[in-house]
Design a protein around this ligand. Structure first.
Ligand code: SAM
Length: 237
């Protein structure tokens, strides 16, 4: 997969994209990440990418011309990308959306800054994504979060492919509680079944724990989670 990210502060991507799992995945050729400075598509002495909003109001907006020129040029190189913008007004990013994006050959992310973008820029977008109901100063963190969530779904990105299959949301539920050594820590004991070596009992305990945690913390997920009638009845008890 090729990921192009456009930003007025492209230097912020480097450390995150080079570190740990993403860095290893990049070096292994699982994905390529190319950061682009939007100012490359400006033509004035000051390399201006923003301007004041019509109608007044605080702050500045990203001008349409550099964004259009940049997206048209980058999208025209190689395989057509899925072009994604970021905004608090976008579709909420979820693991399902990450799976959709992971099926793409190429992603082009355009990060907003300032008070946001001239509305006409969004006509270039295949998707506008929001990380959640809060306002960030720029789209770069959203771009990194989305890239991270997508890349870890790509074959070869994680050491053990089961990691991505057994995580929260992979089966519509939150993940079960996990523990590591020591078995007893400051008076808190690991559930005995996890020490039993009985895989069937461990699996059954994990499924139940995932159901109970989801019911307690995110009951909204249960409506669409593929759970059996028996499991639903268990949760009602
Ligand atoms: N004035 C905009 C509003 O009220 O919706 C907020 C603009 S924000 C300060 C600047 C940029 O940060 C946005 O254009 C977007 O790219 C990014 N951004 C801010 N919050 C975000 C969120 N929750 N999810 C995704 N991107 C976000």
């Amino acid at each position: 997969m090729i990921v192009d990210a456009v930003s007025v502060v492209p230097e912020v991507f480097g450390p995150y994209m080079d570190a740990s799992i993403l860095g290893r995945a990049r070096r292994a050729g699982v994905f390529e990440f190319r950061a682009h400075d939007l100012r490359r598509w400006t033509h004035d002495r000051h390399r201006t990418v923003d301007d004041a909003p019509f109608g007044g109001g605080p702050g500045m907006l990203m001008k349409p011309a550099p964004v259009f020129e940049c997206v048209r040029e980058l999208a025209g190189e190689g395989a057509a990308p899925r072009t994604v913008f970021f905004s608090p007004a976008g579709r909420t990013f979820t693991e399902d959306v990450a799976r959709e994006l992971a099926a793409e050959e190429r992603l082009l992310f355009v990060c907003g800054r300032y008070e946001g973008m001239d509305e006409r820029c969004y006509t270039l977008a295949d998707d506008v994504l929001s990380l959640g109901d809060y306002v960030l100063t720029g789209g770069e963190l959203a771009c990194m979060a989305v890239t991270d969530a997508v890349v870890r779904l790509l074959p070869g990105a994680l050491g053990d492919e089961r990691s991505a299959q057994e995580e929260s949301f992979s089966d519509g539920l939150l993940e079960y509680a996990q523990y590591t050594r020591p078995a007893s820590f400051e008076g808190m004991d690991v559930p005995g079944v996890l020490l039993s070596g009985d895989h069937a009992r461990v699996d059954a305990w994990r499924r139940r724990d995932a159901l109970v945690r989801t019911a307690r913390r995110r009951p909204d997920l249960l409506a669409s989670a593929p759970i059996t009638d028996e499991e639903r009845a268990f949760l009602v008890e």
